[in-house]
Write a protein that binds this ligand. Structure first.
Ligand code: MRU
Length: 356
């Protein structure tokens, strides 16, 4: 996708360095950051310079490449893999990518291991782009169905950023929107601000603007009334981990939006590549929910009138605050899962029909 008319991926490898777009600086500054060590990769994931389930998986894969460049030693590589897995707990893509890399790298002789690691990390990225593109084409059919009945602009609500910035390219939730726009279907996106880190306002709106897609930022509490007024035709979100039961973990606030959609009979779809499916956990209550520093709530950052980035306290100094980063939407509130293999019911049977 584009930034200032120039095509970018969110992560790439160049002369032994991993390059990322620092997402903590968007939308006000566009900064490309270099990751040179596995520690840089762990910090970039923890501090959310890279974020979004598929992208943190890809960053972890390249983190292992950097670990081999630093010290070509199998016990260092094992420690690095643990540090990467532990950097954020909820998105399963992180463990999925590290396990996939380690399967290829464990026991391989030191002359070959780097070449294999670079190839596998690049394959993970290329595959993600292909899967996200297919998610878009599969989700496009849902938008086309709505467009047949409704001749006017289709209003789509999304939460957080499951756009191209959260993947390598295309995005998951935004990919059907980009495909619809390219086909000339008129779409407009309601962008949930997504407190506290404002991924909707800072990233989703930003990337939609760069692609020329009409969008409006709303507070996280606005979706309900818009649905009651018939101003939302469809919700599409991403996910950090979807169980084989169809239960979906995603950015905090997703569950409340799904409840509102259910009450108002608005279709609520979740878009995901198969790397986000956790085939092992049986009960959604066992999904580890990340709790982040409460300063992410009590301080807010933005441009002041002199165009300088400032961070200011917005809560009473003595107040306690709690910052759970994800919630879980039970499968019964999910209309369907949009995957690279097609759209299915959010259930064990639905997923089994696509993934044997
Ligand atoms: O905390 P974040 O910004 O990493 O959370 C991201 C999300 O919740 C996304 O919806 C999810 O990772 C899917 S990204 C395609």
């Amino acid at each position: 996708m584009h930034i200032n008319g120039k095509e970018f991926r969110t992560i790439w490898f160049e002369k032994d360095i991993v390059r990322i777009i620092d997402q903590t600086k968007l939308p006000h500054q566009f900064i490309i950051k270099d990751l040179k060590t596995v520690k840089d990769s762990v910090e970039a994931i923890k501090n959310m310079e890279v974020r979004g389930a598929p992208l943190i998986g890809a960053t972890a894969a390249y983190g292992l490449v950097l670990a081999i460049i630093e010290k070509n030693d199998q016990s260092f590589l094992k420690r690095a893999s643990q540090d990467l897995i532990n950097s954020r707990p909820t998105a399963i893509n992180l463990k999925w990518a590290v396990d996939r890399m380690m399967k290829k790298l464990l026991g391989v002789n030191s002359e070959e291991v780097l070449k294999i690691a670079i190839h596998e990390a690049k394959t993970i990225c290329d595959e993600d782009i292909d899967f996200c593109k297919r998610i878009g084409l599969n989700g496009l059919k849902i938008i086309e169905e709505i467009a047949k009945k409704k001749k006017k602009t289709i209003n789509i609500l999304t939460h957080c950023n499951a756009g191209w910035l959260a993947t390598i390219d295309w995005g998951t939730a935004t990919s059907p929107i980009y495909h619809a726009h390219k086909k000339g279907i008129k779409v407009h996106v309601w962008v949930d601000e997504t407190r506290p880190r404002n991924q909707g306002a800072n990233l989703t709106s930003y990337e939609l603007n760069e692609e020329g897609i009409p969008n409006t930022i709303i507070t996280d509490n606005t979706g309900g009334i818009l649905m009651q007024r018939g101003e939302v035709d469809l919700c599409i979100t991403g996910t950090d981990r979807t169980l084989s039961t169809g239960d979906v973990a995603n950015k905090i606030g997703t569950y409340l939006k799904a409840l509102a959609a259910h009450d108002n009979k608005v279709p609520f779809y979740v878009a995901l590549p198969s790397s986000t499916i956790d085939w092992n956990l049986k009960n959604f209550r066992d999904i580890p929910i990340e709790e982040r520093d409460s300063e992410e709530l009590s301080y807010i950052e933005g441009l002041d009138k002199n165009n300088e980035i400032k961070k200011v306290l917005i809560y009473p100094k003595k107040s306690k605050a709690m910052n759970l980063a994800f919630d879980i939407t039970p499968a019964k509130y999910v209309t369907g899962l949009i995957t690279e293999k097609g759209v299915c019911e959010a259930s064990r049977e639905g997923l089994k029909s696509l993934f044997k």
